[in-house]
Design a protein around this ligand. Structure first.
Ligand code: HEC
Ligand code: HEC
Length: 369
């Protein structure tokens, strides 16, 4: 009895403690479960929006999106079953975690702020603050093994998925696999990418409704709109050009390009604490540049910037009014703007017209468990 207990403890330590990178796979026939792929009825509903490109080998299907949604919310993807993608990308934060810097399962804090996944499918120019990953399919493979995120091992996670009746059925329905051993990390990533492509905000905000003629800006919002889009281009001294649209243009409110908006002073090209896009491209002139984030739902994604340095939109607007700090890669569009209190409030009022609560409360995007 004693020895049995000791043995069990040893076995527990062996199985739990050391991670076998190649655990054996399961072998369960799934061909009796019906596989009838149906394309996902994606409705963008806003004629100003670009086309949503999808990889030919991963077109959206109803069951693919459903599987991706389950994986996205399931702590089964983390080593100690404590966190999921949604721990850092919460619907209530427009798919951010509302923290300056994200913290993974081991309590280790990263150096960057979580990013909103709103309209993420329209980004074809590189994901992450520094653009280091090209596609959602590639990206979705990374958090699972990242030591500051879910810190698990894919082979172990795959074994858990293969052992789960729920997931065996969902993988069969999404991808037509005929045996549980065909569940792979690549298929899991494809499904998560499909779910992420459905996270679209295109019609629910006051901004969209006003453009579609279903609502109207208040005079304050209109003033903010005119400043944001340089409506008068220097011809009206009452309404200054805030130059925002150069980088945050409609309809996405980001060009998805990489720019330096003057957050930090730097004497020379090497003087940045975080190289940002320069670390990806290897070009000095890109040092200190970061992905231009969308401003849709900006009301709900505080704190702001890649390191969450600003708590409020007022602080962000003060930053832009000041023109930011000198560095050799700072954008020429960052220049001090002479804004009075009323104009600052108007700019903020306009930013709040980009809020889309329906997006955050959309039952299709919520936790399915
Ligand atoms: C511990 C918190 C955390 C977890 C867990 C997490 N993320 Fe993230 N996510 C982040 C942070 C922080 C960034 C920005 C990192 C950077 O730029 O270096 C990010 C960025 C992203 C991006 C890029 C967005 C863009 O606009 O470029 C995608 C997509 C994404 N995460 C999806 C996922 C998926 C899918 C999962 C689960 C498999 C996941 N994340 C799990 C914190 C997290
Ligand atoms: C030269 C391009 C550029 C211009 C012009 C610009 N921005 Fe930005 N904006 C950026 C970049 C790049 C970031 C992210 C910077 C970072 O985190 O390092 C950003 C971030 C932001 C954020 C924080 C977003 C988040 O999710 O953290 C807000 C809010 C914002 N900008 C609003 C504005 C407003 C309002 C204006 C006009 C007054 C403006 N921007 C003008 C490039 C620009």
């Amino acid at each position: 009895m004693k020895y049995n207990l000791l043995f069990s403890i040893l076995l527990f330590i062996l199985i739990g403690g050391c991670k076998d990178p190649n655990p054996s796979q399961t072998d369960i026939d799934l061909s009796n479960i019906t596989y009838e792929p149906q394309s996902y009825p994606l409705e963008i509903g806003n004629p100003l929006f670009p086309f949503l490109e999808q990889p030919q080998d991963n077109l959206l299907t109803v069951d693919g999106v459903d599987l991706g949604r389950h994986l996205f919310y399931d702590p089964i993807l983390s080593d100690d079953l404590s966190m999921s993608c949604s721990s850092c990308h919460l619907p209530s934060g427009s798919f951010t975690d509302n923290l300056a810097l994200s913290t993974g399962i081991d309590g280790i804090q990263g150096k960057r702020s979580s990013m909103s996944l709103l309209n993420i499918g329209f980004n074809y120019r590189g994901l992450f603050w520094d653009g280091r990953v090209a596609t959602l399919e590639e990206q979705a493979l990374l958090p699972v093994e990242d030591p500051i995120e879910l810190h698990a091992l894919w082979p172990e996670v795959i074994l858990r998925l293969q052992d789960s009746e729920l997931y065996r059925e969902k993988f069969r329905k999404a991808f037509g696999i005929s045996n549980s051993s065909e569940i792979t990390k690549e298929l899991a990533a494809k499904a998560m990418a499909q779910f992420e492509r459905t996270l679209i905000s295109a019609t629910g905000s006051k901004f969209d409704r006003s453009l579609l003629g279903l609502d109207a800006f208040s005079p304050e919002e209109l003033l903010g709109y005119e400043m944001f889009f340089d409506y008068y281009q220097g011809t009206n001294p009452e309404i200054p050009d805030a130059q925002c649209f150069h980088c945050h243009d409609q309809p996405l409110f980001t060009s998805n390009d990489f720019e330096n908006n003057g957050l930090d002073f730097a004497n020379d090209f090497e003087d940045f604490a975080d190289l940002g896009f320069g670390g990806t491209s290897g070009i000095k002139g890109d040092n200190g540049k970061f992905r231009i984030p969308t401003l849709r739902n900006i009301e709900y994604t505080a704190p702001y910037m890649h390191d969450g340095r600003f708590e409020t939109l007022e602080e962000v607007i003060e930053h832009y009014a000041s023109g930011g700090h000198y560095s050799p890669t700072k954008s020429p569009f960052l220049d001090s703007i002479d804004l009075n209190e009323q104009q600052k409030l108007a700019l903020k009022a306009f930013l709040l017209t980009l809020s889309d609560e329906d997006f955050m409360q959309n039952p299709e995007f919520s936790d399915p468990f």
